[in-house]
Design a protein around this ligand. Sequence first.
Ligand SMILES: Cc1cc2nc3c(=O)[nH]c(=O)nc-3n(C[C@H](O)[C@H](O)[C@H](O)COP(=O)(O)OP(=O)(O)OC[C@H]3O[C@@H](n4cnc5c(N)ncnc54)[C@H](O)[C@@H]3O)c2cc1C
Length: 415
Amino acid sequence: MVNSSVMTISEVHLNVRENRYDYDAVVVGAGPAGSTAAAEIAQGGFRVLLLEEHAEIGVPLHCSGLVTPRTLDEAGVGQDLVLNHVVGAHVYAPSGRTLSLGDGQTRALVIDRVGLDRALVARAQERGAELVTRARVIGVEHDGAGIKVRVDRQDASTVVRARLLVGADGANSRVAHLLGMDGPAEVVHALGAEGTLPGAEEQHVQVFVGKSVAPGWFAWTIPLGNGRVRLGVGTSNGVKPVECLRHMLETYPAQLKGWQATRWTGGTIPLWSRRKIVQDNVMLVGDAAGQVKPTSGGGIYPSLVSAKLAAGVARTALAQDDLTERKLRQYSSAWDKTFGKEYRRGQDLRRVYTTMDDQDFDRLLALFGSKRLLEMVNRYGDIDFPGRLFQRLTKLAPALWLFVRGPLRYAPLWK
Ligand SMILES: Cc1cc2nc3c(=O)[nH]c(=O)nc-3n(C[C@H](O)[C@H](O)[C@H](O)COP(=O)(O)OP(=O)(O)OC[C@H]3O[C@@H](n4cnc5c(N)ncnc54)[C@H](O)[C@@H]3O)c2cc1C
């Protein structure tokens, strides 16, 4: 349980020690990245303040909550957050062609995302991090050997000093912006909703691809069971997702007939691109660092892993009192070692994806319908590491690289 007796900013001030820093680390944003970083740094015996602008952890929700089983292991949370098991996907092209993936094994879990955020914050508190909610960071500046953070809390504004600042404040990171760090090179605007879909398959996601359906991205439904689904659509070329949703409902009457929304969400997905994620006394993690998979937009798993990588380096840097950019770059290197190759491949795949027209999508689905490829996809497909599957496929048929350079012109080679 999240401890509701959070400190007030004036109490934070009472805690100021002789030391000129109020905290060793201030973490901005109590999403999965921020609370994981806070928990891991606090576990090293450091004083950590976790600031969250909203009153309630996890609310408002901007997520469909589809994750791999390894994500829950990484989060260290129980199965009680699992709402449904997903065993496969039906992918639809605008031509009506369908590709069905899956071999009956659980490939993904649909989770209670608000519950996940709460569990992670509760753990950060158990490990000693202090949480302040309704606390919006509005200013950040370097302050000698540390950092000064201005926090707005209802009517009052105050300054907290720390040796390290972790910016985990999501896709539109104010921390990154205030410190002149690059934002994402590309974002997807997404609309999400939860509702009812009579006759929805209980254990398959539906994915709708096509330039005319969701330009630059895709649309989806994720089953919750008992005819309930989470539906979403994303675009990356300025077309409003709500317009795509209308078009999608008309294009796929059989798959979406009777859809009724009960709750709407939305948000920005910052797709990964190479950028600076540290500077003196500052680290960015999660969406704030653009650590989102460029192929699927999934960000929960990478934000958990990245927060742990960041916290590991932060603990050493705090212990050695060396918070220079040079030292903190160990985090960028560790990240690159863990995800760099995969994300660069993901970027290549995304480049191809954005050049494809509706006919190309039709050809692609036809191609993957071949027994050989389908077997490979079912065997090695992994939504956390799609690039690994692509690598295997290119080994099986190097001609796939020709596809990548000139999308799908060589389909017959794959039959
Ligand atoms: C519509 C949609 C659907 C998605 N579906 C999935 C999915 O199915 N699976 C998946 O893996 N990923 C999904 N994602 C991506 C996923 O939600 C994010 O990658 C993930 O939440 C990143 O975690 P985070 O901790 O970095 O950021 P966030 O979860 O965004 O947390 C950032 C926190 O910082 C707080 N904050 C922001 N600014 C300030 C400030 N100035 N001061 C104090 N606090 C601040 C915010 O209130 C928030 O609590 C989806 C995203 C969208 C938009």
